[in-house]
Design a protein around this ligand. Structure first.
Ligand code: 0WD
Length: 255
């Protein structure tokens, strides 16, 4: 019996086999969970579908989180095929590349709106759509980064979006505690993924993290996957509203 045997849930945010969501999916499947996946668009479907099928997923659906109808359709399909579900993984973020290249004060109004909408509001709307199908004891996990609480060079509008995301985690956790639903975030150290390639000087972030983190190495998709597995499992039944750092200790180390 695995830690997640008998549990079913959905993962938003696999773009390819480098995605953090993919590391999470592998850990969950290994622990016995039954998984459903979404993909952003047709181009990504070609990558996501074979990955999802390799973990025996039968439910693989389109979902752009900016499109409320698609999100509603995802959860009604889950209910139709599965009844109730146990967990949701939100591993989605987006900001326009130009807004990440310019100084923060030059962020456009539209760029600010898009970053906050896709990277933070989507957790709120996803939770709202998931609620009717989430079992009591259900668990939601999102992914965040240290740029929410520190002015990390070049992270700019994404840092503001992550601050809104982390605050949303606390408000959702406070609201849903009585229903027995837990909401947490994993704050991951830098990992080379498609989304990370949009951050200027990302290589420098990797170098600094490796040098200064107490563990003296970069974290991997597997490290993040294991921490997410814990938060989604019954090992974490007393944990909610938490920002759980998986960054080798970088967040507290001086230097
Ligand atoms: O260093 C890193 N890579 C870190 C990432 C450190 C700490 C946190 N994170 C976070 C990210 O901010 C994000 O919230 O982890 C989460 C997953 O990001 P990732 O694994 O680094 O990146 P990636 O593999 O690109 O997955 C993010 C995906 C998108 O990828 P692309 O590259 O196509 O933008 O989010 C999805 C998409 O698949 N996505 C959307 N999904 C639905 N609707 C949307 C959207 N509108 N926009 C992006």
């Amino acid at each position: 019996m695995g830690l997640m045997t008998g549990k079913k849930g959905i993962i938003f945010g696999v773009a390819n086999d480098k995605s953090i969501a993919w590391g999470i999916a592998q850990q969950l499947r290994e622990a016995g969970a039954e998984l459903a996946f979404t993909y952003l668009n047709e181009a990504l479907e070609k990558r996501v579908r074979p990955l999802a099928e390799s973990l025996d997923a039968k439910i693989i659906l389109p979902c752009d989180v900016q499109n409320e109808e698609e999100m509603v359709a995802v959860f009604s399909e889950l209910e139709k095929q599965w009844g109730k579900i146990d967990f949701v993984v939100h591993a989605i973020a987006f900001a326009n590349r130009e807004d990440l290249k310019h100084p923060f004060s030059q962020t456009s109004r539209e760029g600010f709106r898009i970053a906050l909408d896709i990277s933070a509001y989507s957790l709120v709307s996803m939770t709202r759509c998931a609620l009717p199908v989430l079992k009591p004891g259900g668990s939601i996990v999102t992914l965040t980064y240290l740029g929410s609480v520190r002015a990390v060079p070049q992270y700019n509008v994404m840092g503001v979006a992550k601050a809104a995301l982390e605050s949303s985690v606390r408000y959702l956790a406070a609201e849903l505690g009585e229903s027995g639903i837990r909401v947490n975030a994993v704050s991951a150290g830098p990992i080379k993924t498609l989304a990370a390639s949009g951050i200027a000087s990302f290589k420098e972030k990797l170098r600094v993290a490796e040098e200064r983190a107490p563990l003296k190495r970069l974290v991997t998709q597997d490290d993040v996957g294991k921490a997410t597995l814990y938060l989604l499992s019954d090992l974490a039944t007393g944990v909610t509203g938490e920002i759980h750092y998986v960054d080798g200790g970088f967040n507290f180390a001086a230097g």
